[in-house]
Design a protein around this ligand. Structure first.
Ligand SMILES: [Mg+2]
Length: 172
């Protein structure tokens, strides 16, 4: 199986950073847009708080590899326009985060590919009968992934234990 890990909301707690920096009346998107302008497009992704559950995910990734599964990252840059000027900066920010927090998994070949798509709608096209996506967004991410034949797993940190237990049962 190919197992795709979403980043924000699964490996990172990006929303905590956005909430901390939110000014009154700003929407989530307003905060992203403002911080990207003020500090550069890389900033929010580079500084996304690490999930306290990351060590368990790292161990799970290593076991997946041992079992012969392929582990890849599938993350969205949150931009509707595929030619947006912010794309290189956002990719850079995500790569910096991954190097800092999953550097040994990248070096050891546990994570074999980084798929960075400009918008979450594209994640669905990675769905196939041999693919699993662990993602915190039901719509459109998981619903489109499932529609293409994949198995989407809806993750929320509040139900980490039960989701991981289920994944371990199915894949290890
Ligand atoms: Mg997410």
């Amino acid at each position: 199986m190919k197992v795709y890990f979403d980043m924000d909301g699964v490996l990172t707690l990006l929303d905590n950073l956005l909430e901390e920096n939110r000014k009154q009346d700003e929407t989530r998107q307003d905060v992203i847009d403002r911080l990207s302008q003020e500090r550069g497009h890389h900033w929010i992704f580079e500084n996304a708080p690490t999930s306290p559950r990351l060590p368990e995910f790292r161990e799970f990734m290593r076991k997946l590899k041992q079992k012969g599964h392929e582990v890849e990252i599938l993350t969205s840059l949150g931009l509707e326009n595929p030619d947006h000027e912010g794309i290189p900066g956002r990719i850079e920010g995500k790569k910096l985060w991954l190097g800092k927090n999953l550097g040994s998994e990248l070096l050891d070949g546990v994570i074999t590919k980084l798929n960075m798509v400009h918008s979450c709608e594209i994640k669905g096209s990675f769905g196939s009968p041999n693919a699993v996506l662990i993602d915190d967004q039901l719509h459109p991410n998981i619903s489109l992934f499932d529609k293409n034949g994949g198995k989407g797993v809806h993750y929320k940190i509040e139900k980490h234990q039960s989701v991981l237990r289920e994944l371990i049962k199915e894949l290890l």
